[in-house]
Design a binder for this molecule. Structure first.
Ligand code: PEP
Ligand code: MN
Length: 337
């Protein structure tokens, strides 16, 4: 951290700040300029509140140098993390596509969808059994019955099962059926839930909150990592903006912006970002071109009959066509599908 003293700060004020830095177990390195003094505080200060210094007399401002997240940062680990997803992985050379319905609605549709997305080249099957719906009157999911259908579909196809966990009390139950636990956008800052999945063995797909900064997303990932679970995939799914034509605004810059800060894989969800089936395929291509490690895509056998998110779900044919279109893009950026 760098602490800049005010012009004219007294020697006592400077010494006071040096004493405070050392009290906190950090080394101080004062630089006396002609106009003002700057004090570099050296050591790991992630637990040290910047206000400890900004509130001291004679201080103009204090600035952190290291990112506030530690285990998630590239400073901690240079090589990319490859997260196991069933028998495959995400974060390696191969782009991992996780696809399936928004919600698990019935066994038959789920088995058909799983077979179709597997055939087209997906590595994971998505589908919510516990749904965090904005309205309490909307379909809330089949809960454990849905988890059973997911497991059956995963076992039949070899796809990894990715499904959402909406509360701490269901982490164990969902973990019995799923290969990867999804934390939804609405729960990105549910810190008890983040800790709970961090204490479990299952890899985590962490979605960015609608209004969360990248730093907040990385700190949410840090909650999981700090509990001992190293397997976190970040998912960008659009953020709130003033635009209403699309459901959210797809900030694709988040992909390289996250990758220059973290070793964790980054996947893109163009379905929730756009809310419109007609836009999903273009954004899948763009996401792969931007360096995404994977995609999360909603697919439904009959989107118009879907109990949730039909408008943004691809049909089986559209999904297959999309996979065909991203293959050359993947190759162009040195990846495979
Ligand atoms: C989902 O992927 O099923 C979902 C609910 O998305 P989000 O949490 O991003 O809104
Ligand atoms: Mn959905």
């Amino acid at each position: 951290m760098i602490i800049v003293m005010k012009k004219g700060a007294t020697p006592e004020e400077i010494q006071h700040v040096i004493d405070r830095v050392e009290e906190m177990g950090l080394k101080s390195h004062p630089i006396y300029g002609t106009e003002r003094t700057v004090i570099a505080a050296i050591g790991d200060k992630r637990g040290v509140d910047i206000a400890f210094f900004t509130a001291a007399p004679g201080v103009e401002r204090a600035m952190p140098i290291l990112a506030p997240f530690k285990i998630a940062s590239l400073e901690a680990k240079k090589e990319k993390t490859e997260v196991p997803v069933g028998t495959g992985s995400i974060g390696g050379r191969r782009i991992g596509v996780i696809a399936g319905p928004c919600s698990v609605e019935n066994r038959d549709d789920l088995l058909r969808t799983a077979a179709a997305v597997k055939k087209a080249g997906a590595v994971g099957l998505r589908g919510g059994a516990f749904k965090p719906r904005t309205s309490p009157y909307a379909f809330q999911g089949l809960e454990e019955e849905g988890l059973k259908y997911l497991r059956e579909a995963g076992d039949r196809t070899g796809l990894a099962v990715v499904t959402e966990v909406i509360g701490e009390n269901t982490v164990e139950l969902v973990g019995r059926y799923a290969d990867m636990l999804q934390i939804g956008a609405r729960n990105m800052q549910n810190y008890r839930l983040l800790r709970a999945v961090g204490q479990g063995p299952k890899p985590v797909l962490l979605k960015r909150g609608f209004s969360a900064t990248l730093q907040e997303l990385l700190l949410a990932a840090e909650y999981v990592l700090s509990q001992g679970n190293p397997n976190v995939i970040l998912c960008v799914r659009g953020i709130r903006s003033f635009e209403t034509y699309t459901r959210f605004t797809m900030d694709l810059a988040a992909v390289p912006a996250l990758q220059e800060q973290t070793h964790l894989p980054v996947v893109v969800d163009p379905s929730h970002a756009t809310g419109k089936r007609s836009l999903v395929t273009s954004l899948c291509r763009a996401a792969v071109a931007a360096g995404a490690d994977g995609l999360l895509v909603e697919v439904h056998p009959e989107p118009e009959r879907a109990l949730s998110d039909g408008a943004q779900s691809l049909t089986f044919d559209e999904f297959e066509a999309m996979m065909g279109q991203i293959r050359p893009v993947a190759e162009a950026v040195g990846r495979t599908l």
